[in-house]
Design a protein around this ligand. Structure first.
Ligand code: CDT
Length: 354
């Protein structure tokens, strides 16, 4: 039985440091309006959706920094963010939205939420696990910084897969069976049925296979990934081979696409990525390349611009079956007795010198 969803990435072009929040919100809503006119059911916005990618800047005043954060529970009530959620509810479109989260205890997380239009509430939250960059700015005043390790705490929620209700006509049929995932495919006839199983990642997380596999082991059929990826930053990316701005951007785009295609294939999962991109403040260049990838690793749809753009596709979640019943049938082929190192070690430990 086909399990078809119409999904989209809401790619967002340049947003300057001092951009008016209301104007940015209006752009996000314009993308939602367009999604509604194209009958999209699920729309993915980028990492830190409502502002510029502020971790590139050093803030010495906490009030200036805090202006970029949303307090945990205010997201769907605050006038600067709420209209996106209420409009999504009215349209019946589920949305995934990234934001800088400030908790009651004062911790900062790079977070995204899944808002279900059917239920009219946030049904899942993810906090970015892999925080790139540095705590202190680079000494070189020309360097592009990425101070995520300064402003955020690594996510503490793990990789929580979840089911999104109300998207498929068959969604309620198997309700009684959807609370737990049981055993390998061959032993579990409900697997790959019911409401779609989803997971969220944020930007740098997409480069880490452990993150994808954690979701795939929960049966995720669709991964949603917002990002802000600097196009040219030798301080962040390294300089094995000196590159022009243009070559560096091409390389960053290549790696972004490489990790999305390969991890979609190796985990038999659809993925959508949505970029904040373009030239912020006329000088900070972020790659575009928002894309929808199928479980065989092929591009289904991709952005053509580095501006506000909707990238839309109709996807059939049944396509996840090919990989997960054959090459990547985890239950039959994974060999956890050989993988101990992956869960036990962070840095590299080389064999002893000869
Ligand atoms: N936002 C984010 O995580 N960006 C990083 C930039 C690379 S820093 C080395 C990314 O992985 O795309």
């Amino acid at each position: 039985m086909p399990r078809i969803l119409k999904v989209a990435a809401a790619q967002v072009g340049a947003v300057d440091r001092d951009a008016d929040r209301a104007e940015t919100l209006a752009r996000l809503i314009a993308l939602l309006d367009q999604a509604a006119s194209e009958k999209v059911q699920l729309l993915l916005y980028p990492e830190v959706t409502f502002t510029t990618f502020f971790p590139r800047h050093l803030f010495t005043s906490s009030s200036a920094l805090n202006a970029y954060f949303e307090h945990n529970d205010d997201l769907i009530t605050s006038p600067s963010t709420a209209p996106l959620f209420s409009k999504a509810k009215n349209y019946g479109i589920d949305i995934v939205v990234g934001f800088a989260e400030r908790t009651d205890e004062g911790k900062g997380y790079n977070t995204c939420v899944y808002y279900s239009a059917a239920l009219g509430k946030v049904i899942n939250k993810y906090r970015k696990v892999h925080l790139p960059g540095t705590v202190e700015p680079f000494e070189d005043p020309e360097a592009v910084n990425q101070l995520e390790k300064r402003y955020f705490t690594p996510g503490d929620l793990g990789f929580p897969a979840f089911r999104a209700p109300g998207l498929l006509p068959t969604s309620s049929v198997l309700k009684a069976n959807t609370s737990t995932l049981k055993g390998p495919i061959a032993e579990n006839e409900d697997q790959g049925k019911g409401d779609p199983v989803m997971g969220m990642l944020i930007c740098n997380d997409r480069r880490w296979p452990e993150a994808w596999r954690s979701y795939a082991l929960q049966g995720a059929e669709l991964l949603l990934i917002g990002y802000n990826t600097v196009a040219h930053s030798p301080h962040l990316w390294g300089t094995t081979k000196p590159m022009t701005e243009e070559e560096a951007e091409k390389e960053a785009l290549f790696h972004s696409r490489l990790v999305q295609q390969s991890n979609s294939y190796m985990n038999s999962v659809f993925s959508i990525s949505s970029a904040r991109c373009g030239l912020d403040d006329g000088k900070y260049n972020l790659i575009g390349g928002s894309a929808i990838i199928n479980p065989e690793g092929h591009v289904v749809a991709e952005a053509k611009t580095k501006d506000d753009e909707l990238v839309v596709a109709e996807i059939d979640l049944e396509e996840c079956r090919q990989g997960r019943e054959k090459t990547f049938d985890f239950g039959r082929h994974r060999r956890i007795e050989a993988y101990g190192r992956i869960g036990a070690q962070t840095g590299v430990v080389e064999p002893e010198l000869l």
